[in-house]
Design a protein around this ligand. Structure first.
Ligand code: SF4
Length: 162
């Protein structure tokens, strides 16, 4: 896919776990072959904002807890420890890398408190989802970068769903 000028391939920032990096909270990964292929083509940059924010892997799972409208997202882990500072630092650093790379689009892991776009868990660690964006997804959108999830990728690439 080319950019709006038609001259240059679109560049993507992608969730590192979708690239096969063992970056998830439980040390696991969620490799998606189409994401790996974009990296091999040199048009995608893998980033894990939670690692960029200084969190270890593995780490206790985190969720965004509901807060007042307009306030920065507050993130706590399952043990009740506030990890907001790490999440916001990682989001800023991830946006910095995305902009350096020239990314105009993102493909991020659905549901994550960092990378989720459109739906996230509700902050009760009960598995219930609510409308909302993860901290990194929100920061990318604020920077003008379009955010997709891995579920959107076949349509983005003009492929049939796998
Ligand atoms: Fe994947 Fe994003 Fe979670 Fe890192 S923060 S493991 S890139 S979903």
């Amino acid at each position: 896919m080319n950019d709006s000028s038609g001259q240059r391939p679109v560049r993507y920032v992608v969730s590192a776990c979708l690239a096969g990096v063992h970056s998830r909270y439980n040390g696991d990964r969620k490799a998606v072959e189409a994401v790996v292929a974009l990296i091999r083509q040199g048009v995608a940059l893998p980033v894990c904002p939670e690692q960029l924010g200084g969190l270890p892997t593995p780490r206790p799972p985190c969720e965004i807890v509901p807060g007042a409208p307009g306030c920065p997202a507050r993130v706590v882990n399952r043990l009740g420890v506030d990890q907001s500072a790490e999440f916001h630092l990682g989001a800023r650093e991830g946006v910095r890398l995305a902009e350096l790379f020239g990314a105009t689009r993102a493909v991020l892991k659905a549901g994550s408190p960092s990378c989720g776009s459109g739906q996230i868990y509700d902050g009760t660690f009960s598995g219930r989802r609510v409308p909302g964006d993860g901290v990194f997804a929100a920061a990318l959108k604020a920077a003008g970068i379009d955010v997709l999830t891995e579920d959107d990728l076949p349509r983005e690439l003009g492929e049939s769903p796998q």
